[in-house]
Design a protein around this ligand. Structure first.
Ligand SMILES: [Zn+2]
Length: 402
């Protein structure tokens, strides 16, 4: 149930109806491909001529294509329709504090090609290099019609201006990816928080999320992000700022966080927090001798040592798992989602850390809500695929409410 907003509404015109029908047909093709026009008319109860008009438009815009002739016992042979995965694509960009990855995918989010670039300190310089990389990628695949660019960023994006408001782990403020990349590439660009895009991807493509209407994507990396789907919609809050659970303080006297608060969840449970903890305990055990930055391990190093059974690494990763559980319990108690999907390098050792997470969740969630907590496959680039969903959802979701 949604209240009608009487200060900002759109009455249903014929274009509204056409737009809704188009989205329904595009979704039916996506989920039931290959499918004939006759089947689409039967499934939607729309007239054949209405279906045909929508199909012609979708073919012209390269979203779908006609395949081989079907075989029926008698009568006309139908041409089957499917998403135009050979000729249409989307560019996805996953911006992370050190490294940014780019991919060209087909409409089913399968990778065609990938590239990466260092995330430069200066947002301006970074955008220039990024635009150049994107152009190069398009030039090397001229046969692909590009539907748009989706950009997942490590911070919140203002809904109206689409600007990245603040990325604490990068120190960037008010960066306008959308305007810059649209001018440089002439393609539609969508930008959102990395965790939001992972949540949308899970909603659209997740094999584990069929029939799920409430879920949270939890991205664990340099920081911690959450993307929340409630009743099949992304929870945005005022101006798109909702979901910063990583910056909720779980200890008001805790260590200082890059956001200015103390004791945020992410200063205990993120990759950086775990590397910090590992380095500090190692320094202490070496009689307080300071290590310089070049000697600081990466999170991958700590995970590798953890798998080799290194005592300090085991202590650090188990501490991280415990604090992940504490925060997940907070998510479950406050939002009671059906599913929490964890994204990040930590999922590589999920089997070992899962019991620690579950124990903390059970201890801290008084209602014992039944929420499934699952890892994504880190090797499948879930964040990068998530950025693809930002473009797909523009065309596949129910029409936006004003
Ligand atoms: Zn914080």
């Amino acid at each position: 149930m949604r209240k009608i907003n009487l200060s900002n509404f759109q009455v249903a015109k014929s274009e509204t109806a056409r737009d809704i029908n188009r989205r329904i047909i595009l979704n039916l093709i996506r989920t039931r491909q290959p499918i004939s026009r006759a089947d689409l008319a039967r499934l939607t109860d729309l007239q054949r001529s209405t279906v045909s008009l929508i199909i012609e438009q979708l073919i012209e815009e390269q979203w779908i294509t006609e395949g081989a002739l079907g075989h029926l016992p008698r009568g006309r042979k139908p041409r089957f329709l499917h998403l135009n995965s050979e000729r249409a694509g989307i560019i996805g960009v996953d911006v992370r504090p050190k490294l940014t990855t780019i991919a060209l995918t087909d409409l089913n989010a399968n990778f065609i090609t990938q590239d990466s670039l260092p995330t430069l300190e200066s947002a301006e310089e970074f955008l220039t290099v990024l635009a150049r990389k994107i152009k190069k990628m398009r030039d090397s695949h001229p046969q692909i019609f590009c539907e748009g660019i989706g950009v997942g960023v490590p911070g919140r994006v203002e809904r109206k201006s689409r600007k990245l408001v603040f990325a604490p782990n990068l120190g960037w403020r008010n960066v306008n990816f959308k305007d810059f990349l649209e001018t440089e590439t002439n393609l539609p660009v969508e930008v959102d928080n990395g965790a939001n895009s992972c949540a949308l991807f899970e909603l659209w493509f997740g094999k584990q999320s069929e029939g799920v209407h409430d879920l949270i994507a939890l991205t664990v990396s340099e920081g911690i992000g959450t993307g929340i789907i409630a009743n099949d919609q992304l929870l945005t809050g005022v101006n798109g700022m909702a979901g910063e659970f990583g910056h909720i303080s779980i200890n008001e006297n805790g260590p200082l966080c890059s956001c200015g608060n103390r004791g945020c969840w992410e200063v205990y449970a993120s990759n950086s927090a775990t590397v910090d903890y590992y380095s500090e305990t190692t320094v202490k055990s070496q009689n307080g001798r300071k290590t310089d930055d070049s000697m600081r391990p990466t999170f991958d190093d700590v995970l590798r040592l953890y798998e080799l059974g290194d005592a300090k690494a085991v202590e650090s990763v188990e501490r991280m798992a415990h604090y992940l559980g504490i925060g997940i319990a907070m998510l479950i108690t406050s939002l009671a989602p059906s599913l929490i999907v964890c994204v990040g390098e930590i999922t590589r050792v999920w089997e070992k850390i899962e019991p620690i997470i579950i124990q903390a969740v059970e201890e801290k969630n008084p209602l014992h809500t039944k929420t499934r907590i699952i890892p994504t496959n880190d090797q499948a680039y879930p964040r990068l695929r998530g950025s693809i969903a930002l473009i797909l959802q523009q065309h596949f979701v129910a029409p936006p409410v004003a």
